[in-house]
Every structure is written in structure tokens, then in C-alpha cells.
Ligand binder design. Structure first.
Ligand SMILES: N[C@@H](CCC(=O)N[C@@H](CS)C(=O)NCC(=O)O)C(=O)O
Length: 228
């Protein structure tokens, strides 16, 4: 029995935790949350994450939800993903990890699921999507400036690589003028570096991510489950 059980759907935020666990060389069992059957809202899954969001990671202390919380827990438990609590680099690590999870990731979510934030009116949805894309563009300029100054800790690199992938792919039917990875050379280089890691090779196989999942992504063709 593994110490860790990752509840995942392909190309969902669980990808970030899969990359982290594989980067750490930690053994884990991956359990599919079947999104085609909305299993993330099932009573069984809600016992792991009452908010019905993927991922959840079961650890010996109980289930953890929220991507950044899981990354921070793994960092503190295993090191390698980021600086330790007493490191002089810890403050910078925490502020960027929290910026990515509290500001960037929710803004991106609002472009994926505007109906969850503003209801069924298509005009409202389109307006919130446009506003969030404008905000995301600004956030990317700020993150790129930080990346130009020094590389991010691995936990943040893995998180950002997945978010940049989704900026390029989701939602499928929307205007993407706001996002060009080529305009962000340090983040582009970071994506290439993450692609060269063995943890990415493992995720490509497990989730059908294709040859360049972060620098030039294509829609996943997963061996099991579905991304949406
Ligand atoms: N704040 C959450 C967000 C996770 C999230 O957005 N998960 C998406 C998949 S990438 C999800 O579960 N979507 C299903 C839904 O919203 O019903 C985290 O960081 O873990």
C-alpha cells in the first residue's frame, strides 16, 4: 500500500502534484476521478475534498486538498521542491507560490468556468472572461520579470508549467490573442526545462500529454479518464 494516494483526472491540477511526486521519487497510487461521470461531486470524493475540486492527496495525516497546500506539505516533508522554513529563500518562495495559487490560478479558473462565478448569462460570462484575460496578461508580465531575475523553486516551476499549458489550451473555443508564450522568454525557457525532467516523461505517459506539453502543448489523449 502506497503512503500517498493521488486522486487525479488527466490534465487537471492533479498533474502538478503528479509531477511533484515523481520529481521527489515518491511512490504513490493514482486513482482516477472520472470527470465524464462528475465523480468529483460524488459523496465518496467530497469526503476527500468537500469543495469537489481535483486534486486531493491522501497522506498518512489525512487527505489534503488545494494544490499549493499539497506542494507546500510535500516541500516541508521531502525538501527538493523548495527552500526549507529557515532558508533565506523561503520568503520569496512563499510569496510567489501564494501569488500563483491565490491570484493567477483563480483568474484562469474564471476563464474556464465563468458560469460558476457570474451565472448563466453568456454576456456576463464573456465580460468576466475578457477581464480575467486582461488581468492574467498583467500577472504574466510580473511573473516573467521575476523569472528573469532568478529561477523559481521547482514546486513553482511545476505549477507554472501546467498553468501556462492551460493558458494555451483552455477553453478550446476562445480568443487567445492575450497569451503568447514566445513573448515570455524566461517562462518559455522554464517550460522547456520542465519538459526535460524525468517527472514530465512519466506524466506524458500517464496522462497522454504529447511531445512538448508545456512549450507547445496539444490537447491530451489520456489512456484513461477525461480532462473535462
Ligand atoms: N483551488 C483549487 C483549484 C483546483 C481546480 O480548479 N481543479 C479543477 C480541475 S483543474 C476541478 O476540479 N474542476 C472541476 C470543477 O470545478 O467541478 C486547487 O488549487 O486545487
Amino acid at each position: 500500500m502506497s503512503r500517498y494516494i493521488l486522486h487525479f483526472a488527466p490534465d487537471n491540477a492533479s498533474l502538478i502534484i503528479r509531477l511533484a511526486l515523481d520529481a521527489l521519487g515518491q511512490h504513490y497510487t493514482a486513482v482516477l476521478v472520472d470527470r465524464s461521470r462528475t465523480e468529483q461531486a460524488s459523496p465518496r470524493y467530497l469526503r476527500l475534498n468537500p469543495h469537489g475540486l481535483i486534486p486531493a492527496l491522501e497522506v498518512p495525516d489525512g487527505p489534503i486538498f488545494e494544490t499549493a497546500a499539497i506542494l507546500l506539505w510535500l516541500t516541508d516533508r521531502h525538501g527538493e521542491l523548495g527552500p526549507s522554513a529557515r532558508s533565506p529563500k523561503r520568503a520569496d518562495f512563499l510569496k510567489w507560490l501564494f501569488f500563483v495559487s491565490n491570484t493567477f490560478h483563480p483568474a484562469l479558473r474564471m476563464t474556464f468556468y465563468p458560469e460558476k462565478y457570474v451565472g448563466p448569462d453568456p454576456e456576463h460570462q464573456s465580460r468576466v472572461r475578457q477581464e480575467m484575460q486582461k488581468a492574467l496578461k498583467q500577472h504574466l508580465i510580473s511573473i516573467e520579470a521575476r523569472a528573469a531575475h532568478a529561477p523559481f523553486a521547482l514546486a513553482i516551476q511545476l505549477y507554472l508549467a501546467a498553468l501556462l499549458r492551460w493558458c494555451a489550451l483552455y477553453p478550446a473555443d476562445t480568443n487567445r490573442d492575450w497569451f503568447q508564450l514566445n513573448d515570455l522568454p524566461h517562462l518559455h525557457a522554464m517550460c522547456r526545462a520542465v519538459e526535460a525532467l524525468p517527472c514530465t516523461t512519466a506524466a506524458q505517459t500517464a496522462e497522454g500529454l504529447g511531445p512538448t506539453p508545456f512549450s507547445a502543448p496539444r490537447y491530451a489523449t489520456p489512456p484513461q479518464g477525461s480532462a473535462t
